[in-house]
Design a protein around this ligand. Structure first.
Ligand code: BGC
Length: 528
């Protein structure tokens, strides 16, 4: 086969399977635009609101645990196909949900797709990619996640805009009342495309060999490699499977993760997995418009700013991919996590200095639906924190009216450097995208010995998702109970701790072969 068509085959299979990343990113972050609508429509309290966002990550966490073993049994491709169908059904079901419970159930179904896609796409690409292209092709998955996130922000923004501008199409789609349902429902389209694209993706050659189908494995390897490379890879994989068989069965056991030589790298992997989430990325991603609303810019601008968040994420992920093999993992992590620390501190400081005053003119400009006469007693009174302002206003107009009109109330009362908030958030996202975002996945694929890699990645992925779930669940409550400033200060604190861990413990893995790393890391002091 010609070199050009080999490259085309390889790139196409990697890209098509990485569409799972796109759907994962889209599905997870589309909820950010839905939140303001369902909070009012279903009259949700803060923990219910947290549930509507975080429930997806809960089932994603479970799916991560089982997706690997299931794919060992039935193949990588059927699991990807199953994920595509799950995305499709979940999109339609959540768009049609008659109540909060059904919505959460439909989102949880989607979570199964998210968890499966998150584990299987990189696993599949790692197994089919020729060694020389593996790093870049695996990164395609993170790039797709990020593009998926941006696409969701953008489609939310478009739908919101159309629903406000009216016009024939908006009327036909009944966007004035169904906007959030369309935001969720449009995902059915990329899900269908993903399912269709998978027909052009062959099964993983490594899996075929594991299942005793050497002829099929050879054929697929031949699609992705020139003849001598295909032959060499075939021998290597067959050899490694044979030696794994000798050392205690072809399947690694969970217990092996605690073996000396694995323990230290497992602690490193877990630290990075926790750090990636505990610094608040998904609080920012999935509640982006809500955070911007807190800075008083109003609903439309906050949706627009969420689009910016997606773009910055995309651009800096590309920057990271360009530099990861040149500069190394450590410099990217140290720079990125330092930026995260500075930006989170900046946000804490910005919200700390905010004050809230409703003057007579502001009250007159509030939506007519709000009984503004009841606010007379606090006119011109200055509140030094979001919490104090919220309790005063809620005391006067009641919690339901607060939930419905908080954006208008906050934006009429707040005095804050909203540009500082925007820059803080964008800087934070840039810091994440050039470091913890992509580098975590690359480290996962490098830190662990061949034999336990699949298990270790599943385990670290599980912890990563678990922390992500908790962060998302408590975020609305944190904003309300602790206030904006303290919430961001806590993230800054975690970034500082993470920075110390990275600087002191993390070895550089750039440019070394996986086998060299295996020997080197097994000798680390953590295991003596
Ligand atoms: C993380 C996700 C996050 C995404 C943002 C991924 O690496 O695992 O939790 O939402 O990056 O780009």
């Amino acid at each position: 086969m010609k070199e050009q068509s080999i490259r085309l085959n390889t790139f196409r299979a990697a890209l098509f399977s990485a569409l799972g990343g796109f759907l994962m990113g889209f599905d997870a972050s589309v909820i950010s635009g839905v939140v303001p609508f369902i909070e009012t429509e279903f009259q949700l309290d803060k923990i219910e609101l947290g549930w509507s966002v975080a429930s997806l990550t809960l089932t994603a966490t479970l799916a991560m645990l089982v997706a690997g073993p299931i794919s060992d049994r039935i193949g990588r491709r059927p699991v990807m196909f199953g994920a595509a169908l799950v995305f499709l059904v979940s999109a339609v079901a959540s768009a049609l949900a008659p109540n909060f419970e059904t919505l959460v159930a439909a989102r949880m179904l989607g979570g199964l797709g998210v968890g499966a896609a998150l584990i299987i796409a990189p696993l599949y690409i790692g197994e089919m990619a020729p060694p020389a292209l593996r790093g870049r092709l695996v990164s395609l998955n993170q790039l797709n996640i990020v593009i998926g996130i941006s696409a969701a922000y953008f489609s939310n923004y478009l739908i919101l805009g159309m629903s406000q501008d009216g016009g024939g199409l908006a009327e036909t789609l009944q966007l004035d009342t169904l906007a959030w349902r369309w935001m969720l429902g449009v995902e059915a389209l990329p899900a269908l495309i993903y399912a269709g694209a998978l027909f052009f993706v062959p099964e993983s050659p490594r899996w075929l060999l594991m299942k005793g189908r050497p002829e099929d494995a050879r054929r697929v390897l031949g699609e992705f490699n020139d003849a001598p490379t295909a032959d060499r890879v075939f021998q290597e994989v067959a050899g490694s499977l044979a030696s794994a068989d000798e050392s205690g069965g072809s399947r690694a056991h969970w217990r092996e993760l605690l073996r000396p030589g694995v323990r230290f790298v497992l602690v490193l992997g877990l630290s990075i997995a926790v750090l990636q989430q505990i610094t608040g990325i998904n609080a920012v991603f999935f509640y982006a418009p809500m955070i911007f609303e807190q800075s008083g810019v109003g609903t439309n601008a906050s949706f627009m700013q969420a689009v910016l968040v997606g773009l910055v994420n995309l651009v800096f992920t590309i920057v990271a991919i360009a530099f990861i093999d040149r500069l190394g993992r450590r410099p990217l992590l140290i720079t990125g996590v330092s930026i995260i620390f500075v930006c989170m501190s900046l946000l804490a400081w910005g919200f700390w200095n905010a004050s809230y005053t409703l003057d007579a003119q502001a009250v007159a400009g509030l939506p007519a639906a709000l009984d503004s006469a009841s606010l007379t007693s606090i006119i011109d009174q200055r509140f030094e924190s979001d919490g104090a302002f919220r309790s005063a206003v809620t005391g006067l107009i009641g919690p339901e009216a607060w939930t419905t009109h908080q954006s208008a109330l906050i934006s009429s009362a707040i005095e804050i450097q909203s540009l500082l908030i925007l820059l803080g958030i964008l800087g934070f996202v840039a810091g994440f995208a050039m470091s913890l975002g992509p580098v975590m996945w690359v480290l996962f694929s490098e830190l662990f010995p061949n034999r336990v890699r699949g298990l270790a990645i599943s385990f670290c992925g599980l912890v990563n998702s678990g922390v992500s779930f908790t962060v998302q669940l408590v975020f609305p409550w944190e904003l309300e109970a602790l206030g904006n400033s303290l919430t961001f200060l806590i993230y800054a604190g975690f970034a500082a701790i993470g920075l110390v861990i990275i600087v002191r413990l993390l070895p550089e893995t750039r440019g070394k072969s996986l086998e060299d790393l295996e020997t080197e890391l097994a000798r680390t002091p953590g295991d003596s």
